[in-house]
Design a protein around this ligand. Structure first.
Ligand SMILES: [Ca+2]
Ligand SMILES: [Ca+2]
Length: 193
């Protein structure tokens, strides 16, 4: 009897630990939006409560912020962006990777890119519009995903293109796990490895 109690206790602890530790995919790549290699003058680094590292970026329309990072392997890399949107006039951005095909692609972007845009229900923490709350977004509609078809692993260049001033961008997460949902997993919170 005692053995079963101990086993039960161990299993309970394991379950609690599982809930407490957000299970990021092993291949997750996390990029801080403020850690860009090139930030033009029409992009502001802002201090914002709740932002990872305390900071996020606010890019004017068509301002291009560039990043460099390592992609370990080719394939379809799904993207999640942690956002704070003050209103429906400040709730979107473009994102792209040099030489990678975005799916879906927004032909209106000044460079090859996908659009990330807040829609009702995107945040697990509100029922309606995803405004004035930090949340992870992956596309145009609730449940939408966006990926980049990357042809080879190695050094990669990513860019964020401003679309609406006031949209705060905190972190970008890439994973090849198409079923991973950063918003559900992290409950709107920041990602850390
Ligand atoms: Ca969305
Ligand atoms: Ca940040």
């Amino acid at each position: 009897m005692k053995k079963f109690l101990v086993l039960g206790l161990v299993l309970s602890l394991l379950m609690v630990a599982n809930v407490a530790m957000a299970a990021l995919p092993d291949d997750a790549i996390i990029i801080e939006a403020e850690n860009a290699v090139k930030i033009p003058s029409n992009v502001r680094i802002v201090e914002k409560e709740g932002a990872s590292g305390g900071k996020a970026i606010d890019a004017d329309p068509n301002a291009i912020v560039e990043y460099e990072f390592e992609i370990p392997s080719p394939g379809n890399w799904y993207v999640w962006v942690r956002l704070f949107c003050p209103s429906g006039d400040a709730d979107s951005l473009y994102i792209g990777i040099d030489g990678a095909t975005p799916t879906p692609e927004d032909a209106k972007a000044p460079r090859r890119a996908a659009r990330i845009y807040s829609a009702p229900g995107d945040s697990v923490n509100t029922n309606g519009e995803s405004w004035n709350v930090w949340f992870w977004d992956a596309g145009m509609e609730k449940g939408a995903t966006t990926y980049f078809r990357v042809r080879r692993g190695g050094p990669a260049k990513m860019y964020i293109i401003g679309r609406e001033s006031g949209t705060l961008i905190d972190q970008i997460l890439f994973t090849k796990d198409k079923d991973y949902n950063a918003e559900v997993d992290l409950q709107g919170g920041p990602a850390a490895k």
